[in-house]
Every structure is written in C-alpha cells, then in structure tokens.
Design a protein around this ligand. Structure first.
Ligand code: GDP
Length: 440
C-alpha cells in the first residue's frame, strides 16, 4: 500500500536528519520534496500546496519550543497533518434505525457488491446484527446473481426480485421483508454505470428519498486517483452521502484518493477494502493510515486482524494437543488457513514498523504456502497425525502427489519436527514456572 509515496516522503524527510535545527532554507527544501511526493501520488494540486504551507508554518513555529530533533519534529508534523487531512478521528456507522438502512452508491466496478458483502459479514460477526442484503440492480441480472453468491458465502440472506424493473419498489419491499423477518440492518446494493450520468443519479436519488437511509455510502476504487475525487463530488452533490468507502487499497494504489477525498467532499472515509475476499475490510483510522504512509507500520490493526481470527475454544484445544504431543499436520494446515484469512501477505508485513521498507523489493505472494499445503494434502490421515511413519517410499509418493520433490517433503518434515520441539519447550517452560509459583 502506498509504497512509492512512503519511499518518497521518507527521502524528503531524511534531508533534515543531519541538521541541528529547522531553518527557512532546509524546511523549504524538504517541503518541496514532500509536495512533489504528494503530487506524484496523484494528490490534488491545491491540497498538496495547502498541506505544505501548513506544515511549514507549524515547523517554523514549533521549532524553538521542542527538544525533538528537526527530522523527528518534521515527521511528527507531517503525520499530524496527514491525519487531519484524511479526517482526524475515525467515524463509525449510524445504525440507529429499526431496521437501519445502508444505501450503497458508486460507479460500476467500484466494488459495491463486494463491499456490501464484506460489510454484511463484518456486521454479522458483531453478533447483535442480523443483516439483509437487497439487490437493486435491475439492469444486470448477473449483478443480482453475484450478490446471491456473496450472500451464500457469508451466510447472509439476499432479497431480490428478478423481473421487477423498479429499483425503488424492490428497495422498499426489501425493507418490509427485513422488518417481517427480524433483520435489523438492510444493505441495499444499487446499479452503477461506467461513468456518472443523469439517469443513474436520478435513480439512486429516488431510492435514497424512498428509503431514507441512516447511512448512504459512496464506494470508490482508489486506483482511479483524481477521478475518484471527481466522482465523489458528483455523487455528493446529489446524495449528500454520509461516508466514503475506498476499495482496492491492496493494489498498486498511489494514495492520492485516500489523501484528497475528505477535504474535497468533507465526508469521512469510513471503511477500506483491501482485497477480494470477504474478510478484506478494515475500519478506516486516519492516524493509523498516516503511520502506514510514513512507513511506521500499523501494529494495532495487525493485532486486531489476528484477534478477529482468534477462536478461544480452538486455541484451548490446540494447547491441549501440543501438551500431549498430538499436534499434527492437520492442525498445522488449519493454522496456515487462519493466517491466510488475515489478508494479503505483503499487506500484513507492511503493518510491521519498518518491515515494509526493508522488504519492499522482496516478492511475497499469497502462494507462499501453496507448496506446504500441497504436501500436507498428499499425506494420508495416518501420516498427518503421526509423521514418524513417513519413510522413504512414503516421501516419494507424497512428493509425487504434491508436485514437489522428496527434498521439499524432507524440508517440511524437518521444520515440522523442529516446531514440535520448540512448542514442547515452551510448554515445559511454562509448566516449570507454574510449579515454581505453586511452591513459592
Ligand atoms: P460493483 O460493480 O461496484 O458491484 O463492483 P464489484 O463488487 O463487482 O467489484 C468489481 C471487481 O473489483 C471485482 O472483481 C471484485 O472482486 C474487485 N474488488 C472489489 N473490492 C476489491 C478490493 O478491495 N480489492 C481488490 N483487489 N479487488 C476488489
């Protein structure tokens, strides 16, 4: 995410590192580079200019008041200003209605349907919410099918009425269906066109008037840079929406949309989409995003993602298995699957402070586990629970079955064995400490 921008800002701020104090001259030099970095990231010209003016005023003003090094001071000011530019505090959803109605708007391909599913899943996982998805695209039957596929995947009901050509009527019927069936959130997915046009604006505006949503969200593809900002403006003029959803931030986005959109439409970014999977949704926190842009990582979000995947019952079971020396390849496979659910690998590593920069040239793809998974899938149940039975001929068979080599099978077995020893040691250590505590 935003690798290019991060790198350029880092370089710009580096200029100040050797200096004893901030002066008009070195601050001007630094900010020229900062501005160039923002423009390269497709940040609106006016916004980039105002940004650097504010940073300059703050830097020269605070210079004498602080014990921070000039480089550190500048990083702090840039971070604060970036946070402010992206919205200050995080803003949640208004879910006050009964049911609460959430209306999705945006161009075709922006990621509305995918995000509708992600949001439904996100709310469903909150336990107190029972969402209903409503398919209001009357032009593309495939879009309705797509929403059904998404609904099936996450176990959320989808209301649709194929053949009905009135999206307002479908939306209203959807809300009535929700009321009758105990759904407390209704997410309405609407039709989009490839570009802003009057017919689409009239249609979404009619749905908006008829359904009186608590939340009207504008979904936009962050890869479209300045266009994203212009489209946001057009939709906001008609809908006066409540929040922005930035999708595809996992791609090679330059970051301009994330940085500019708030100050152009004066509406908060509420969520971001970071992948095609249903789990790839994050609440947007301006300050965490600023940290990531400045290469400081985002440990808080990383821990939160891990917690979302953490299942206490499973964890206990696993602990028992480790204690009894029963941790097998099936358990290992489950662990890998959980890690994969946390999201795109490169993205996860980018959340570790400094790691993004360190590993920017290393190609980490999501297929990293493929070989390991294939090997485990080629093992028999007995081999998975009791790897010690895997002799030379079994290794040969597993290698062949998984499209890998005996060498790779050996390597995995060795790593697995070492992992088992380490786990036992950790358990042992804990056991000893407990004994000591009891004695004391
Ligand atoms: P809609 O026309 O607005 O409903 O857009 P879709 O939900 O059909 O999304 C269009 C394409 O973008 C699909 O191929 C999605 O899988 C993909 N997509 C949606 N959100 C994301 C995201 O956050 N990251 C990535 N990489 N792809 C996404």
């Amino acid at each position: 995410m935003f690798n290019n921008l991060s790198e350029k800002l880092d370089k710009a701020l580096h200029v100040l590192k050797g200096h004893g104090s901030i002066t008009e001259v070195n601050v001007a030099e630094t900010l020229k580079e900062v501005r160039r970095a923002l423009l390269d990231a497709d940040v609106n010209f006016k916004i980039a200019k105002e940004f650097t003016v504010r940073v300059k005023e703050k830097a020269l003003g605070q210079n004498v008041l602080t014990t921070l090094q000039p480089g550190q001071l500048m990083v702090k000011i840039v971070k604060d200003e970036l946070t402010e530019l992206m919205g200050g505090d995080a803003e949640g959803l208004n879910l006050s209605g009964a049911p609460s109605v959430i209306l999705m708007s945006g161009l075709q391909g922006s990621g509305k349907t995918t995000f509708s599913g992600k949001l439904a899943n996100f709310l469903k996982n909150k336990k107190t919410k029972k969402p209903l998805l409503v398919a209001c695209d009357v032009y593309r039957p495939a879009a309705v099918d797509q929403l059904h596929v998404v609904g099936d995947q996450i176990g959320v009901e989808v209301y649709s009425d194929k053949g009905n050509t009135d999206p307002v009527a479908i939306a209203q019927a959807g809300i009535a269906h929700a009321k009758a069936n105990g759904h407390n959130v209704v997410i309405i997915d609407t039709a989009g066109r490839l570009a802003v046009d009057e017919a689409m604006m009239t249609e979404i505006s009619n749905i908006h008037k008829a359904t009186q949503p608590q939340e009207t969200l504008f979904v936009v593809d962050s890869m479209t840079g300045q266009d994203a900002v212009n489209t946001a403006k057009a939709f906001n003029d008609v809908l006066n929406f409540d929040g922005v959803i930035l999708t595809k931030l996992d791609g090679d986005t330059r970051g301009g949309a994330a940085i500019s959109i708030k100050s152009v439409v004066n509406k908060p970014i509420k969520f971001i989409g970071t992948g095609e999977k249903m789990e790839a949704i994050d609440v947007f926190y301006p300050s965490r995003m600023a940290d990531r842009i400045l290469g400081m990582g985002d440990v808080v979000s990383l821990v939160e993602r891990a917690q979302e995947q953490y299942d206490e019952v499973e964890a206990r079971k696993l602990q028992k298995k480790i204690a009894k020396n029963q941790f097998g390849f099936d358990d290992f496979l489950k662990q890998i699957q959980q890690i994969k659910k946390m999201g795109n690998m490169k993205d996860l590593i980018g959340m570790i402070p400094g790691a993004g920069k360190m590993m920017k040239d290393i190609d980490i793809d999501d297929d990293a586990f493929k070989g390991i998974e294939a090997i485990i899938h080629s093992m028999t149940p007995l081999e998975r629970t009791n790897p010690s039975v895997i002799n030379a001929s079994r290794k040969k068979r597993i290698g062949k079955g998984s499209g890998t080599s005996v060498q790779e099978v050996n390597q995995l077995l060795k790593q697995f064995d070492q992992m088992g020893k380490m786990m036992k040691m950790m358990q042992g250590g804990k056991g000893k400490a407990m004994m000591q505590a009891m004695k004391g």
